[in-house]
Design a protein around this ligand. Sequence first.
Ligand code: EPU
Length: 467
Amino acid sequence: MSAPFQAGVAVHHRCGLHPPSPAALEQKLVVSGGVALSGHVRISGAKNSALPILAATLCCDDASAISRVPDLLDTRSMAAVLRSLGARVEWPEGADGGELVVDASAAGAGPPCSNELGKTRAGFLVIGPLLGRFGEAEVGLPGGCNIGARPVDLYLRGLRALGAVVEMKQDKVVAYAAKGKRLTGGTFYLNYPSVGATETLMMAASLADGVTVLLNAAKEPEVSDLAEFLTACGARVHGAGTSIVTIKGVSKLHGTEFTIIPDRIEAGTFMVAASITCSKLSMSPVIPRHLTSVIDKLSASGCTITQTGRCSLEVSALKSRHSAGLRGFDFKTCPYPGFPTDLQPQFMALLCTCNGSSLVEESVFESRMTHVEELKKLGAKIHVCSRHVLVNGKDRGSLLFGAPVMAHDIRGGAALVLAGMAAEGTTEVLGAQHIERGYENFVAKLNSLGASIRRNQDAQLTLSSIM
Ligand code: EPU
């Protein structure tokens, strides 16, 4: 059975899907401040693994069963993209563990539904599997979060290195294999270790003739997870997780059963939730190794982080009579294994509540700063100079109090909810639909830990108060 989507919206004819109603476009969260959290939170499957792995099912001649796919607007959009290409996607309603069956045996080269493609940048990833399997692809330029220019030059140059002819036509990319129907292996140096470009090229190269070598490849755990999936489908991928990935093309890939890794960014967000509310939380499943840079910073700040099992962590920032609270710290976002850009906004919110001043440098996405002005509305004392940010802690003037704020992207939105939980009074977070693109059951999970967050879709009334 196909996945049912949100009720109350009109069916879009090609995707079999519903565009969001105007009311769903502006969602508001009302966050009560000053709460303490406790208990255990279950971490969902990684959004940024699930998205490329769903795209990779297009490489396969038969069905795959994928477990722990988080139920998110972004993964639903990707499922709609696959359906628009002729794949069968079964997403049983309410299935615990998020098991999805994708059968792309009857899929064609497309083009995919541009309406769904525009909702998530990850939709563009299908260009790799389509070129690999069918020798042709026509894909609209990506949408997604407003966090920087986010070009696709590396994807396109990489595909050309595999023998594709790539042409830009208005707002879409048309590409086809130059030599007959298949791409040919080649060597490609990424002048930046782009996650999406590495993933696209790994998928395309898996079905190319000959050997492809990717130099300066992205090393993110989600890239390794995709390589594991492709390998389970019969691909020959070596070196994923290092900067040199070698792919020996095969003629076809088959389906498989696969489980997505836990979401390190969701885990990191709940680690901040514990820290910013001076609480103690446990969480599982997690892969502690994926969180090394995060654990390092939180420990330096004064949090106690304990690995309580192979896949579980406990984070404690409980205040004792003698402790003066958490200390500020400096950090710079970098490709993995460096500090993740996807946790920069949440950590910036935390730094506002620490002692001392901290320096943050955003080196991955030049405009991932839209949360700064919103945090300032909550009383944060933050100064931005290009990619560098000075955050003054609570003893240097940042005293958070509730106010209406606007979420502009997934992680910035999560940061505002976290800041709202630490603030005095009530914080209204508008644009909360952005958060739901990337966090499964975010509000329900926080409330189950003791937070007090109410949903209110009738947000239009308060929009004017924050503009
Ligand atoms: N870049 C280029 N040219 C390209 C591709 C990327 O210059 O052709 C630049 C980008 O402009 C950016 C940097 O390289 O400055 C990093 O981009 P990358 O391609 O690595 O990121 P992505 O694949 O678009 C994924 C995640 C992001 C995450 C980044 C970095 C998915 C679906 N998205 O994006 O996740 O921030 O890697 O780790 O995997 C999020 O989850 O909120 C999110 C934005």
